[in-house]
Design a protein. Structure first.
Lengths: 387, 80
């Protein structure tokens, strides 16, 4: 028997609200299945299970806000006997809460499905909103693709309900807490380099000319791949500072800072960037941006990043000295690619130049290794055909 | 396609990538990237949406020619 707990979806998360269970006691689950939707300051997140088994008991009911680490459900192995019935009394969290404690409650038994009843298709954002507004999804008229209920459908159905609560202040507070903690606890140091992007952009231009419009690559994908490759050479930047020591991560999962249109930002991860080709990273980046803005990210995407990349080139900034997202130990910031004077072979030429900055935790890494990392990023961007 | 059809196509493409931007708020003469706060991914999705709707393949070198709504309509009109 194992516990399925409220996950920590980033350093800034203290608690989450259980929006909906997608599985019921007795249902078989496989590793990677999305079994619940949780609402956080950063939106509704689909939470995956990390083992195969059977849902034995559900301990927290939809609508309850519980601290990170609270046991939400118990999962038993497929060949394990079911546990005795869950007591009706509140169940204390097994992991001490990090925020104001809120006891988990034994959830009422799910209503048995009526014959022929199917779970209504709805976006996570719509489900979260339905819970917030007290709207029964079964009463909502869907207008989304494939008959799915959209956020707008829920809000129309709840027209008589007062206006939406504003999520932005909560997200701002969460970001403020994480950034303050970072600046308070992490001794930041920075190294910067200017990279000649002539070869990278030339290669990209030729590559995109032969690709279909929908398959074009963005320069950001080259940057992500170059960071992934450079981390193989300086792996101590890929990991976490925990228990007063550096713990290197086995996989390279790059968190990508994505601004949200109604304010705030999230940094979901693209997993195993170093092992994927450019087209795959491009496809996953596009998918991540779309889902981040639609409010349908998954728990592993928010919890797994081992380093963060922020690219403010689109905003026209020259360079970015970012704040490390704890417990990570590094953040790579990119500015815009712009034509600047560049000296080559004794001559001054106009070349596309990118300023890359590494913010690093000086407890975990020294300046020498940080410099090696940026040199490696530079070198990889000068050989884009190998990325 | 008429100019009005193409204007509708461009507005619909914009609505897909920046759904929070009310179509009536868009100044057709002002660059849409700054007007609608589009990043590179958004703009590529805008180009993809135009391609799907009209069949016109806008090469990257021509992106400056579709910078505003008016410019995009003129660009498409010369090619459909």
């Amino acid at each position: 028997m194992s516990d399925f707990c409220m996950p920590a979806l980033g350093a800034d998360m203290e608690a989450g609200t259980l929006v909906e269970w997608l599985k019921r006691p007795g249902d078989t689950v496989r590793r990677g299945d999305i079994i619940a939707v949780v609402d956080t300051e950063k939106g509704a997140i689909e939470v995956e299970v990390f083992e195969d088994g059977v849902v034995d008991a559900i301990l927290v009911k939809p609508g309850d806000k519980v601290p990170v680490g609270t046991v939400l459900a118990r999962i038993r192995a497929a060949d394990e006997a079911a546990a005795p019935a869950v007591p009706a009394a509140p169940t204390a969290p097994e992991i001490p809460p990090r925020a104001a404690p809120a006891a988990a409650h034994a959830a009422p038994a799910p209503r048995p499905a009526a014959p022929g009843e199917r779970r209504r298709a709805a976006s996570p954002a719509a489900r979260r909103r339905a819970v917030e507004l007290g709207v029964e999804l079964a009463t909502v008229k869907p207008t989304g693709p494939g008959g799915a209920i959209t956020l707008g459908d829920v809000e129309r159905a709840a027209a008589a309900v007062p206006a939406a609560t504003d999520r932005l202040p909560a997200m701002r507070r969460a970001i403020a807490a994480a950034m303050s903690r970072s600046k308070r606890e992490i001794p930041h140091a920075y190294v910067t380099t200017s990279i000649d992007m002539t070869r990278a952009l030339g290669w990209l231009r030729a590559e995109n000319e032969r690709r279909e419009v929908a398959d074009r690559l963005l320069p950001a994908v080259l940057l992500l791949k170059a960071v992934g490759a450079a981390l193989h050479e300086v792996p101590e930047l890929n990991g976490f500072w925990e228990d007063d020591r550096l713990k290197q991560a086995p996989g390279i999962h790059i968190g990508v800072a994505i601004f949200l249109r109604d304010g705030g930002l999230v940094s979901p991860a693209i997993h195993d960037v170093d092992r994927k080709d450019l087209a795959t990273v491009m496809r996953e980046l596009g998918d991540l941006v779309a889902r981040a803005r639609a409010g349908s990210l998954r728990s592993s995407e928010l919890a797994d990043a081992t380093i963060t990349v922020t690219n403010l080139g689109d905003q026209g900034v020259e360079s970015t000295l970012g704040i490390i997202y704890p417990p990570q130990v590094a953040l790579v910031g990119f500015g815009r690619i712009s034509e600047r004077p560049w000296v080559a072979d004794g001559r001054v030429e106009a070349r596309p130049v990118l300023v890359a900055t590494l913010s690093f935790d000086h407890r975990a890494v020294d300046g020498h290794r940080a410099g090696r990392f940026l040199a490696a990023v530079d070198r990889h961007l000068r050989a884009p055909e190998r990325l | 396609m008429t100019e009005q059809d193409l204007t509708t196509v461009v507005r619909q493409a914009l609505a897909r990538v920046a759904p929070e931007t009310a179509a009536t708020d868009i100044d057709p003469a002002v660059p849409i990237r700054e007007q609608c706060d589009l990043d590179s991914m958004d703009f590529l999705n805008f180009v993809i949406a135009l391609h799907k709707a009209t069949g016109v393949n806008v090469p990257e070198t021509d992106y400056p020619q579709i910078a505003s709504l008016d410019a995009a309509v003129a660009y498409l009109r010369a090619r459909v």
